[in-house]
Design a protein around this ligand. Structure first.
Ligand code: HEC
Ligand code: HEC
Ligand code: HEC
Length: 90
């Protein structure tokens, strides 16, 4: 029973993940940032690492929130870009 509930939960997550674009591009004065949502989901698996509540648009997502979310994790996991120009491409 427990595994059935887990399986159902995974299916719901997989279905909603389909609505997120594979790659989200943020235009920025420092150069545009390409965030590969699909690659992150495939690698990290856990939506809650980035979505505290229900997965979807993040309220008030801005420079400060983005830098905190993205750079903190890259530092913590020692993976992914940490320098400005590694994320911002002119
Ligand atoms: C590494 C961080 C990260 C992980 C892990 C992650 N997401 Fe996201 N997701 C984001 C960011 C950042 C956005 C864009 C937020 C914004 O611009 O408001 C987003 C946006 C979305 C959106 C809205 C897309 C749109 O274009 O409106 C959905 C739906 C979504 N995520 C679902 C999921 C699901 C389901 C999972 C788990 C399977 C997941 N996400 C895991 C970071 C992540
Ligand atoms: C919870 C941890 C986590 C968060 C949050 C996170 N990343 Fe990453 N990111 C990773 C890991 C781990 C890798 C390395 C993946 C690999 O080498 O396979 C990575 C790799 C990358 C890469 C290089 C590979 C690629 O996909 O092009 C870029 C660019 C990147 N991240 C951008 C972002 C941006 C932008 C955000 C915020 C919107 C973000 N990441 C948030 C963990 C995270
Ligand atoms: C891990 C990826 C990442 C790194 C590293 C990073 N940024 Fe960003 N930055 C982003 C994302 C994603 C956004 C977009 C947030 C939004 O628009 O919602 C952003 C937004 C910005 C903005 C606001 C853009 C605008 O036009 O209003 C500026 C300025 C900026 N970054 C400068 C920098 C500088 C300077 C550095 C180095 C100290 C840096 N960033 C490092 C991902 C990153």
């Amino acid at each position: 029973m427990k595994s059935l509930v887990l399986a159902a939960t995974l299916i719901v997550f997989a279905a909603s993940a389909a609505f997120a674009a594979d790659c989200i591009v943020y235009p920025a004065s420092a150069g545009k940032v390409s965030f590969n949502h699909k690659a992150h989901v495939d690698k990290l698996k856990n939506c809650k690492l980035c979505h505290e509540k229900a997965p979807g648009k993040i309220a008030g997502f801005d420079k400060a929130k983005a830098h905190k979310l993205c750079i903190d994790c890259h530092k913590k996991m020692n993976a992914g870009p940490k320098g400005c120009k590694d994320c911002h491409k002119k």
